[in-house]
Ligand binder design. Structure first.
Ligand SMILES: [Zn+2]
Ligand SMILES: [Zn+2]
Length: 116
């Protein structure tokens, strides 16, 4: 009788949301005209897309969506709140105070990696 279990070296990573096997990393989805690549944590394409829909923030400069798990520029406003901009030359102005990494749940998982 042939074993049906998948040998170890064929095992794939598992989506951390739904447990579906993910054969190839990074997971790439297209969201709001942008390609989103995520290595870690592991998501299948449909979970990543739904995370993008739930957790994206608006770019303060161009008004487009910034997907989670991507680099962002952060602007501190005079009122103590933060605004996010794309990390592109078009959107990230010289006045940006911080560069960071936007995670799931926006500011709750926001990592500041550099301060100018
Ligand atoms: Zn999934
Ligand atoms: Zn932008």
């Amino acid at each position: 009788m042939k074993p049906t279990a998948v040998p170890n070296h064929f095992q794939t990573a598992q989506c951390s949301e739904c447990g579906t096997g993910v054969a190839r990393l990074p997971t790439v989805v297209e969201f709001d005209g942008q390609e989103v690549h995520v290595f870690d944590p592991v998501f299948c394409a449909s979970c990543l897309l739904s995370l993008c829909e739930r957790y994206s923030v608006d770019c303060a400069n161009c008004g487009g969506k910034i997907p989670p798990y991507s680099q962002v520029g952060v602007l501190k406003t005079g009122t103590g709140t933060s605004q996010f901009v794309h990390m592109t030359t078009a959107c990230s102005t010289v006045g940006s105070a911080f560069h960071g990494y936007l995670g799931k749940g926006s500011l709750g998982d926001f990592y500041q990696v550099e301060a100018c």
